[in-house]
Design a binder for this molecule. Structure first.
Ligand SMILES: [Zn+2]
Ligand SMILES: [Zn+2]
Length: 228
């Protein structure tokens, strides 16, 4: 959910900071190697032994932590992406309903793979305060497989997006952290619309803002858990 120009500039910045000539074969949705690299998912989805711990932080908003955290838990738990890949994806809440992400200790936070941070001012992270976005601050290069993954991801969510379309915004941004890039005529890669929560009205597709990832999305994420 951000302008093409901002996306492009961020992308340029990102890509030029990466080592070049990395062969990438990954994900059915990413059209260009740039997006493939940028849209790496969290490493842990390949591992049955590591749960996808998530935390929620509403300190920078007027949202109630308990209510918001429970809503996210309900969206994530035991449907959609959860349990894909023979439980390689297994969401688990860290911090209960009383601890924001920023209340967790360093060592607690180290194991948290997904942080949902609510703020009206997403501009410093998303390039504009008009959008929610997913950010992967720490890329991890796997020498053996010659691919990048990210050790964790942060979804910066605007409270208004969460109030208007809670399922869509959580499942869409989580979709990014599981490796799926945006798509559609107004997306950075200007791809055709596909049956996907990543290809939504935000990118010029006619499916509105669907609540849940499609079967196609779930298959993409599941296939990835079994590959590299
Ligand atoms: Zn998106
Ligand atoms: Zn992977």
């Amino acid at each position: 959910m951000k302008s093409i120009l901002v996306r492009f500039l961020l992308l340029l910045l990102f890509v030029t900071s990466l080592p070049q000539n990395i062969a990438i074969a990954h994900h059915s949705y990413g059209e260009s190697s740039y997006f493939e690299r940028r849209d790496r998912h969290i490493t842990s989805t390949h591992l049955r032994s590591v749960d996808e711990l998530f935390c929620v932080d509403t300190k920078q908003s007027s949202l109630d932590l308990k209510e918001t955290s429970n809503a996210i838990r309900d969206i994530l738990y035991e449907r959609n992406y959860d349990y894909l890949g023979n439980k390689r994806i297994n969401f688990y809440r860290e911090g209960g309903t009383s601890k924001h992400c920023s209340d967790l200790t360093k060592s607690e936070l180290k194991d948290v793979k997904i942080r949902y941070i609510f703020t009206d001012n997403t501009a410093p992270y998303c390039g504009s305060s008009s959008y929610s976005c997913a950010v992967r601050p720490d890329l991890d290069y796997d020498k053996e497989l010659n691919v990048y993954h990210c050790t964790y991801g942060i979804a910066y969510i605007r409270p208004r997006d969460f109030q208007n379309v809670p399922d869509y915004i959580i499942n869409h941004e989580t979709g990014h952290l599981l490796g799926m890039p945006d798509g559609g005529p107004n997306a950075p890669d200007k791809s055709p619309c596909q049956d996907s929560i990543m290809h939504s009205a935000d990118y010029g597709c006619s499916n509105g803002r669907p609540k849940n990832p499609t079967a196609n999305d779930l298959a993409t994420v599941e296939n990835e858990t079994y590959s590299d």
